[in-house]
Write a protein that binds this ligand. Structure first.
Ligand code: PGA
Length: 226
């Protein structure tokens, strides 16, 4: 049985609906979440029987997302933060998503200018980011919260944090979110080769995959590993 969560974050890909549906069919396994571009989401949702549907952001109302059978919503991805989304905006979105009973995947992670000062600086940054993003969230709502630790310098760059540091970061995230048990994912240039290492790492409960989630053969290997 698969108990790790694997998120496919397609961003603005693939180019056609046909391709999106083809990929979705081949990833339709339990424990997989597919986050297609919003324009394809309804059609992709129709072919999924075991995998879940995710939105890449709270772009339209949570109520609409729910009607589209979306279960997960990614919030605070570094692409959004780079466009000017603040921790205060992220905190608001998070509150809404959880209030609607949707599952939130909150992305946190430091940039290279922080990480280059050492892992301790990165830990402090992530703990502080998390505090701001979570705001005054009630413990009862935290059961639907997932946190994706994604070092910004590792996203789409082919670079990775070491599994040991990813594990330590996941531990810190878990420790800082009240007493609740939350699941922590790792993301940033995950591929079929390194996925296994991260999945075997303590405290890491799944993966958030961007680029490779569009490569059917490679992504299916990751799903198998999980
Ligand atoms: P990547 O993207 O796997 O291409 O680095 C990760 C992400 O979407 O956050």
């Amino acid at each position: 049985m698969m108990n790790k969560l694997i998120i496919a974050n397609w961003k603005m890909n693939p180019p056609t609906l046909k391709e999106a549906v083809r990929l979705a069919r081949s990833y339709d396994k339990k424990g997989v979440v597919i986050a297609p571009p919003l324009v394809f989401i309804e059609e992709v949702g129709k072919v999924l029987k075991k995998a879940s549907l995710g939105a890449q952001d709270l772009k339209i109302s949570a109520d609409k997302l729910k009607r589209l059978k979306i279960k997960y919503v990614i919030i605070g991805h570094s692409d959004r933060r780079a466009l000017g989304e603040t921790d205060a905006m992220i905190a608001k979105k998070l509150k809404i998503v959880l209030a609607y009973g949707l599952r939130a995947i909150l992305c946190v992670g430091e940039k290279w200018n922080v990480r280059k000062r050492g892992i301790a600086a990165a830990k402090r940054f992530v703990a502080s980011q998390l505090r701001k993003d979570l705001g005054k969230l009630k413990n009862s709502k935290i059961k639907n919260l997932f946190v994706a630790y994604e070092p910004v310098w590792a996203i789409g760059t082919g670079k990775n944090e070491t599994p040991e540091n990813a594990s330590e970061m996941a531990r810190i995230v878990k420790k800082s979110v009240a007493k609740s048990k939350i699941r922590v994912l790792y993301g940033g240039s995950v591929n079929a080769k390194n996925a296994k290492l991260f999945l075997e790492t303590r405290n890491v409960d799944g993966l958030l995959v961007g680029g490779v989630s569009l490569k059917a053969e490679e992504f299916n290997k990751i799903i198998k590993n999980a």
